[in-house]
Design a protein around this ligand. Structure first.
Ligand code: S3P
Length: 434
């Protein structure tokens, strides 16, 4: 699908509540399914990826009701031993989170499960999950390229100590979910702290899990029972970030994002905006569980930034946006230590450089990042055919890039936006001053 993107000559104004956090929504279905009793989830993400998780657990025998209007999900938990073999291979669609976390959940099951995915997901590396899970006794077969399709075979797991080789919340979460079902204690040691939604939610569900003072070591005890909970999913900061960056880059703009997750393992983009001198205010709200608040961003004169390996996990999904900010900032920006971008829905180092290049941005591709020469005055007058490459975040990036430019922008493969944010273009249009 191809669409024409809108400009915002008079700026962006107003306030918006973005859909529920994708990472938290996935985990809510998963823990709800594994718990005893009923779990209710309000403000569930309506993106394709979370619907993939929902559909997979239905096929594993879990009764789940989704009221799409109210964005409310009710899950009738079946306990750790209550999942049933699916009749056919489970379709993971485009979702890496569903795939990798399910491997951890099903590693200890008493039946076989096959997982398949779409062409993009079928290129993404899976040995990073299956190899550490194998150390716990799991048996998961993947292709010779170490990708999907996968066959998860029945196993009994034993607790062990695992040092993670990649900074990945998906891999960490898979191991934690397996460790709950293992015999004996497990210790999982991260390379760098990554998003901790699994740990926080598991504590709420009553699991015996402890994060040590170093912030990197997680101790998991075998857990017999999780208890169903009432959850409210905060707005996804990774979605809100597109509007924050849009407001910062577009003259005459002031946008308020309400009820956004402010979990510190996810707020790297706020630290970047602050460092780049963006005009931004953060107002924390009272909350239980995940921290949340409102974020106001106005048009800004931005300065260049240097991103290093330690900054990366807390803004891994926002790095394409950082590249766009850098393209319009004063000075030369660098993103390094971000080779993980090459393993996302697309190789985001390559695709971001390619699309920014179309705007006349001077960007140099590095193996683990990019160097971007900022042009604060840049106004693209040429007509641009921006390609999402089938990657939702690349597609939304194009829509943000189009706002301040007089050239006509068209977005190729716009259907990809539905993966995390089906109403993104409508929500963006609601902020454009007409
Ligand atoms: C996610 C973890 C990150 C992130 C992805 C969601 C999660 O992936 O990029 O969008 O929900 O755990 P990695 O674990 O591969 O870094």
């Amino acid at each position: 699908m191809e669409v024409t993107l809108q400009q915002a000559n008079k700026g962006l104004r107003g306030s918006l509540e973005v859909p529920g956090d994708k990472s938290i929504s996935h985990r809510a279905i998963m823990l709800g399914a594994l718990a005893q009793g009923v779990t209710t989830v309000k403000n569930f993400s309506d993106g394709q990826d979370c619907l993939t998780t929902l559909a997979a657990f239905k096929k594993l025998g879990v009764e789940i009701d989704f009221d799409t209007q109210a964005k409310k999900v009710v899950i009738n938990g079946r306990g750790f031993h209550g999942l049933r073999a699916a009749k056919e291979a489970l379709d993971m669609g485009n979702s890496g989170t569903t795939t990798r976390l399910l491997m951890g959940i099903l590693a200890a099951s008493s039946f076989e499960t096959s997982l398949v995915g779409d062409p993009s997901l079928s290129k993404r590396p899976m040995a990073r999950v299956t190899e550490p899970l194998a150390k716990m006794g799991a048996s998961i077969k993947i292709s010779s390229q170490q990708t999907l399709p996968a066959l998860i075979e029945p196993s009994s797991l034993k607790g062990t100590t695992i040092r993670l080789e990649v900074a990945s919340a998906q891999v960490k979460s898979a191991l934690i979910l397996a460790a709950l079902q293992a015999k004996g204690e497990s210790t999982i040691i991260e390379k760098l702290p990554t998003r901790n939604h699994t740990e926080l939610m598991l504590k709420q569900f009553g699991a015996n899990i402890e994060i040590l003072a170093d912030g990197l070591t997680i101790k998991v005890q075998p857990t017999k029972e999780l208890r169903g909970q009432e959850l409210v999913v905060p707005g996804d900061i990774s979605s809100a970030a597109f509007f924050m960056v849009a407001a910062a880059l577009t003259p005459n703009s002031k946008v308020k994002l309400v009820n956004v997750s402010l979990n510190p393992t996810r707020t790297g983009i706020l630290r970047v905006l602050e460092k780049m001198n963006a005009n931004m205010t953060i107002q924390a709200r009272q909350s239980v569980g995940e921290p949340l608040g409102d974020i106001i961003v106005e048009s800004s004169k931005l300065t260049a930034i240097k991103i290093g390996p330690k900054d990366v996990p807390a803004l891994i999904d926002e790095l394409p946006l950082v590249a766009l900010l850098a393209a319009h900032a004063d000075g030369i920006s660098e993103i390094r230590g971000a080779a993980e971008l090459r393993f996302k829905e697309t190789d985001r180092i390559k695709t971001v450089c390619q699309e920014l290049g179309k705007l006349g941005v001077n960007v140099k591709e590095l193996q683990d990042g990019m160097v971007i020469e900022g042009q604060p005055q840049l106004r693209v007058t040429a007509d641009i055919s921006w390609d999402s490459h089938g990657d939702h975040r690349l597609g939304m990036l194009g829509a943000v890039a189009a706002l301040r430019n007089p050239g006509q922008f068209r977005l190729k493969n716009s259907q990809a936006l539905g993966i995390s944010y089906p109403s993104f273009l409508t929500d963006l249009a609601s902020l454009i001053v007409g």
